[in-house]
Design a protein around this ligand. Structure first.
Ligand code: NAP
Length: 247
């Protein structure tokens, strides 16, 4: 077990990619904070699954865009499982529109959750990660942050913003022996893709050298590597997990 006794906070981990990360890290012996905003029941189920596999886990409701709620999550983490060794900023949303139709509200909503949430969580847990032996910050970006995507100017701007943030925090954490990295998933089978028509997904798949969408497990396996001590000398990087989309 590569994560035995390490405390990991994963934002948005009741479902989707975050849930896969929580289960993978739990399987490796980590103590897991399962953060959710609306999905309470799935969060409780995630905790049950991790505990059934022999791990420790706790739910923490917090809207990552709300600093007070994030600070409350930090208290829950400390009381139940101790300081965090690993923070995974995974919570994210889309609000798509062609740029000239995009409202300022759609722009702000995406920035508040994807970038504002990362700011709130990273600042709140920074001292934990700094003080941890080999602390880890892992930000879940997107292939869209690199390539752009029609109708996603807000999301693409937020996701590429994560790259510069991660490189900077990597520099600021390095003296303490902790690392910061990004994972940039390609199109991954979760609720986030539900609104995308099957014909569009078929077109996407035809442009992926590995000829399939990502499964949650594909992303979680890379996060598990970055969270473990196997990645000690990797920092400030963006790891693409996209089936070769950019080849
Ligand atoms: P998803 O299935 O739509 O799930 C989104 C998750 O984010 C949920 O757990 C949700 O929690 C949480 N969340 C949203 N707003 C939140 C907030 N304000 N505070 C706390 N939690 C919040 O999405 P996903 O596909 O798993 O995506 C996870 C991450 O991967 C996102 O950052 C996304 O941008 C990125 N990503 C996804 C894909 C893809 O194709 N699926 C590709 C590249 C990158 P509740 O359910 O509790 O509200």
């Amino acid at each position: 077990m590569t994560m035995e006794g390490r405390t990991c906070v994963i934002t948005g981990s009741a479902r989707g990619i975050g849930r896969g990360i929580a289960e993978h890290l739990g399987d490796e012996g980590a103590n897991v904070v399962v953060n959710y905003r609306t999905s309470e029941q799935p969060a409780l189920e995630a905790v049950e699954m991790i505990e059934a596999a022999g791990g420790n886990a706790v739910t923490a409701r917090a809207d990552v865009a709300n600093r007070d709620e994030v600070e409350h999550m930090h208290e829950i983490c400390h009381e139940a499982l101790g300081p965090a060794d690993v923070l995974v900023n995974n919570a994210g949303i889309t609000a798509d529109d062609q740029f000239m139709e995009m409202t300022r509200e759609e722009w702000d909503r995406v920035m508040d959750v994807n970038l504002g949430g990362m700011f709130n969580c990273t600042q709140t847990f920074f001292d934990d990660i700094w003080n941890a032996e080999e602390g880890r910050l892992i930000n879940i970006s997107s292939v869209v942050g690199k390539q752009g995507n029609f109708g996603q100017a807000n999301y693409a701007a937020a996701k590429s913003g994560m790259f510069g943030f991660t490189r900077t925090i990597a520099l600021e954490l390095a003296k303490g022996g902790s690392t910061a990295n990004c994972v940039a998933p390609g199109f991954t089978r979760t609720d986030m893709l539900e609104s995308v028509p099957e014909t569009v997904l078929e077109r996407v798949i035809s442009g992926i050298p590995l000829e399939r969408l990502a499964e949650v497990e594909d992303i979680a396996a890379v996060v598990r590597f970055l969270a473990s001590e196997d990645s000690s000398y990797v920092t400030g990087e963006v790891i693409d997990v996209n089936g070769g989309m950019d080849l």
